[in-house]
Design a protein around this ligand. Structure first.
Ligand code: UDP
Length: 146
């Protein structure tokens, strides 16, 4: 039960990208989020659309990796997840590790499970929102009912 004195719980949008789903790593990634103590409040396998991706990655439009990134994100289903808990936005980004899976530290999702596949795009298994504003915007894109 929430009322005007109870702050809304922090939430973040996590995507297990098509490489993670294809490699059968969805369960392992969800396990790590739950083991950290966050709560999964929505989990749904979805096919991304060009419209959702254009909005989701609007800040990257025009960069050299943008078109291959969108193509990669359309290459198979993604697992869209809303995770909740105090500090979950920064906490999940710590769990995910650095963008480049070669540089990501062991102990992180990208460091333990990812590598350089010699492709045009960093296939780095997961996305996590980077601020409260991004999280609310991205949750609205992937889960319009939430
Ligand atoms: N990306 C890429 N090449 C780059 C930078 C980013 O392929 O040089 C891809 C990568 O999949 C990354 C996504 O674009 O996860 C979004 O980039 P961002 O800098 O927001 O990284 P993130 O927040 O996902 O770590």
């Amino acid at each position: 039960m929430t009322d005007s004195t109870t702050p809304a719980p922090e939430r973040t949008l996590v995507l297990v990208k098509p490489d993670g789903v294809r490699r059968g790593l969805s369960g392992e990634i969800l396990r790590r989020i739950e083991a950290k103590g966050y709560t999964l409040t929505a989990v749904e396998l979805k096919n991304a659309t060009p419209e959702v991706l254009a909005a989701h990655y609007a800040e990257h439009e025009g960069k050299p990796f943008y078109a291959p990134l969108v193509e990669f994100m359309l290459s198979g289903p993604v697992l869209a997840v809303v995770a909740e808990g105090q500090g979950v936005i920064a906490g999940f980004r710590s769990l995910a590790g650095a963008t480049d899976p070669t540089a990501a530290l062991p102990g992180t999702i990208r460091g333990d499970l990812g590598r350089d596949w010699g492709l045009k795009v960093q296939q780095n298994l997961v996305h996590g929102s980077d601020s409260v504003e991004s999280a609310e915007r991205e949750i609205g894109l992937w889960f319009p009912a939430l």
